[in-house]
Design a protein around this ligand. Structure first.
Ligand code: ISL
Ligand code: CA
Length: 533
C-alpha cells in the first residue's frame, strides 16, 4: 500500500539515455543495460517518457499507436524485457500517458477526417468564421494558433500543442472507453502506473473565444473543469483494479485545485506536479526570464508543503532547463548541485529525479538555432520573427529556455559521445562531458552522484525523512531552513542559496554537510547544505 510514499522515482528521456545500436538514438535495450546504475542510485521506480509509436514531431508526445513501441526504441519484446528486468531489481515502471491529444498520424485521426466515419467525433472539429477566420481566438502552449484546417474534411481541428497533436474530444464517451482499454493493455503487461500528461485540460467546456492574454488565450475554457474530475474518477476505476499509481502533470493549478485532484477520498490522482516553483525566475511566461528570486522560491515550496499532504517533488524534467544554472551556481557547481539534491530529498513528498541531475549535468552549450530539435523552440523562433524581434534577442530568449537544454545525451564517461552512442547522436553531446560524467563521479566519494546515492540511502533508513511532518523555520533568504518531525525524532535542514557565508543560530549534531567538516558551529559556507540531528 502506498509504496510511492516511500519511493524515489527516476525519469528517463529514452531518446537521450543510452543508445545500444549506434544509430544515435537512445533505446530500450540501452535502458536495460543501465538498470544497474539506477539500482545502485537507489531508485524505486522509473517514469519513462513516451516510447510508443510516434512520428516524433514532439519526441513521442505525439502518439500514433498506443499499443506499439516506436521501432527506433525497440520492440514490444524489449519493453516486456525491461519491465521484467526492472522488476527483478525491485524497480517499477511507469508509462507516460498522453491522452489529451494524439498524433494526426493516429488511425483515429485519419478516420476522423471523414465525417461519416465512426471516428468523426473523436476530435474537436469546427467551421471557421464566414470570412476565413479561425473558430475562436485561443492560442496554444507552443505559442501558435490552436486551429489547423484540414482540406479533406474542410474543417479546422483543435490542437493546444503542435499542429500534428490533435486534441481528443472527451464529450464523446467512446474516447474515454478507448483510453480505459489502453490503460488495461499496459497494466496487464505489468507496469505500475502512469505519469499523466497535461491531465487537467482534457475537458473543453466550450469552444467560445476566451479573454485575451499574452499567452494561452482561452485557458479558462479548459483548465480543471468539473467534468475533468469526472473523467479522472472513471479512469481511477480501472486503475484501482490493478492498484496502480498516477501522478498528474497539471498546468496552472493552485494548491486548492491540486488538493481536489489528489485527495485520497476523491479517487482521482495520487499526486500532481505543480509548476509554481518553476515560475520564480520568469515574468508571466517562461520565455521572459528574470533573475532567480530565492524568497519567491522558498515561499512557494513552503506554501505547497503546508497546503498539501503530499507533493510530487521535482527540480528538473525534460521540459525545463537544468537546475544548477537556474537555482544554484555554476561557479559552485558541485556544492550547489549537492544542495539542490538535499532540498529534493529532504522535503515531504515523492522525489522525482531527472536523468543527468544525479551527476549535475548543465544546460546545452549549443550556438545556433539549427542545433536545436525542440518543436517548441522552433515555433517560438518563428513567432518572435513575426514580431520582428532581432536575431540576437531571439537567440537569447530561446537558448535560455529551450527544452533541449535538458535533452542532451546522458554523459556516461569521457569517451566518444560521452559513452551514449557509437554513432552520431540525434542531439549534440555537451562539450563539458570530459569533466562531467558518471564514470568519473562513481570513483569519487565526494561527487554529486555519491551525494545523491548517500542521501537516497539516508532517506530509506530514516522514516522521518519520508513520512515526517514539514515544519518551516524563520530564516532570511538566501537561507532556507526547515525541520522534519516524526514523533520524538527531528531533523533540521539548512540550505545556503548564496555565494557568501551565512550565519545561523541553530544548534544540533551534524548528520550531513556537503563540505568536509566534523561539526557545525553556526556558519554555512557558500551553497552549503547541512542536516542536523
Ligand atoms: O514545457 C512547457 C512549456 O515549455 C509546458 O508548457 C509544457 O508544454 C506543458 O507542461 C505540457 O507538457 C507536456 O505535454 C506536452 C509535451 O510537449 C511536454 O514534453 C510534456 O511534458 C505535449 O504533450
Ligand atoms: Ca538506438
Amino acid at each position: 500500500m502506498d509504496w510511492w510514499k516511500d519511493a524515489i522515482i527516476y525519469q528517463i528521456y529514452p531518446r537521450s539515455f543510452q543508445d545500444s545500436n549506434g544509430d544515435g538514438v537512445g533505446d530500450i535495450p540501452g535502458i536495460i543495460s543501465r538498470l544497474d546504475h539506477l539500482q545502485e542510485l537507489g531508485v524505486d521506480a522509473i517514469w519513462l517518457s513516451p516510447v510508443y509509436k510516434s512520428p516524433n514531431a514532439d519526441n513521442g508526445y505525439d502518439i500514433s499507436d498506443y499499443r506499439e513501441i516506436n521501432p527506433e526504441y525497440g520492440t514490444m519484446e524489449d519493453m516486456e524485457e525491461l519491465i521484467a528486468q526492472a522488476k527483478s531489481r525491485g524497480i517499477r515502471i511507469l508509462m507516460d500517458l498522453v491522452i489529451n491529444h494524439t498524433s494526426t498520424d493516429h488511425y483515429w485521426f485519419r478516420q476522423s477526417r471523414d465525417r461519416t466515419s465512426p471516428y468523426a467525433d473523436y476530435y474537436y472539429w469546427s467551421h471557421g468564421g464566414p470570412d476565413g477566420t479561425l473558430p475562436n481566438n485561443w492560442t496554444g502552449f507552443f505559442g501558435e494558433d490552436c486551429w489547423e484546417f484540414d482540406p479533406q474534411r474542410c474543417e479546422y481541428y483543435l490542437h493546444l500543442f503542435a499542429k500534428s497533436q490533435a486534441d481528443l474530444n472527451y464529450h464523446n464517451p467512446a474516447v474515454l472507453e478507448e483510453v480505459k482499454d489502453i490503460l488495461r493493455f499496459w497494466l496487464d503487461k505489468g507496469v505500475a502506473g502512469f505519469r499523466c500528461d497535461v491531465i487537467n485540460v482534457l475537458w473543453k467546456e466550450s469552444l467560445d473565444s476566451g479573454k485575451k492574454r499574452l499567452a494561452l488565450t482561452g485557458q479558462e475554457r479548459y483548465i480543471s473543469w468539473e467534468e475533468n474530475h469526472r473523467i479522472l474518477r472513471q479512469l481511477r476505476e480501472v486503475l484501482d483494479e490493478y492498484q496502480a499509481f498516477t501522478v498528474g502533470e497539471t498546468v496552472f493549478v493552485t494548491p486548492q485545485q491540486a488538493r481536489d485532484l489528489c485527495a485520497p477520498e476523491r479517487r482521482e490522482l495520487n499526486m500532481v506536479f505543480s509548476f509554481q516553483h518553476m515560475e520564480c525566475d520568469q515574468y508571466y511566461v517562461k520565455w521572459l526570464k528574470r533573475k532567480f528570486r530565492p524568497k519567491v522560491f522558498f515561499d512557494c515550496l513552503t506554501r505547497w508543503q503546508r497546503e498539501l499532504d503530499w507533493n510530487a517533488l521535482y527540480l528538473e524534467n525534460h521540459d525545463q532547463p537544468r537546475s544548477i544554472p537556474r537555482f544554484g551556481s555554476v561557479r559552485y557547481w558541485k556544492e550547489s548541485g549537492k544542495l539542490l539534491a538535499t532540498l529534493l530529498l529532504t522535503l515531504r513528498g515523492t522525489p522525482f529525479l531527472y536523468q543527468g541531475q544525479e551527476i549535475g549535468m548543465l544546460d546545452f552549450d549549443f550556438q545556433r538555432i539549427r542545433q536545436l530539435n525542440d518543436v517548441e523552440s522552433k515555433n517560438v523562433d518563428r513567432l518572435l520573427r513575426r514580431f520582428h524581434v532581432p536575431q540576437k534577442l531571439r537567440w537569447r530568449i530561446i537558448s535560455r529556455t529551450s527544452r533541449d537544454n535538458a535533452r542532451t545525451p546522458f554523459q556516461w564517461d569521457d569517451g566518444p559521445q560521452a559513452g551514449f552512442s557509437q554513432g552520431r547522436p540525434w542531439l549534440g553531446v555537451n562539450h563539458n562531458c570530459a569533466s562531467i560524467n558518471l564514470a568519473q563521479q562513481e570513483e569519487d566519494p565526494a561527487s554529486i552522484w555519491s551525494w545523491y546515492k548517500d542521501l537516497a540511502a539516508l532517506r530509506r533508513e530514516r522514516e522521518v525523512l519520508r513520512r515526517g511532518e514539514f515544519v518551516p523555520m524563520e530564516a532570511a533568504p538566501p537561507l532556507f531552513a526547515y525541520r522534519r518531525r516524526l514523533g520524538e525524532e527531528q531533523l533540521t535542514v539548512l540550505l545556503n542559496f548564496s555565494d557568501d557565508p551565512t550565519r545561523v543560530s541553530v544548534q544540533g549534531s551534524l548528520l550531513r554537510s556537503n563540505y568536509p567538516r566534523e561539526r557545525f558551529e553556526g556558519v554555512l559556507q557558500p551553497w552549503e547544505a547541512v542536516i542536523l540531528e
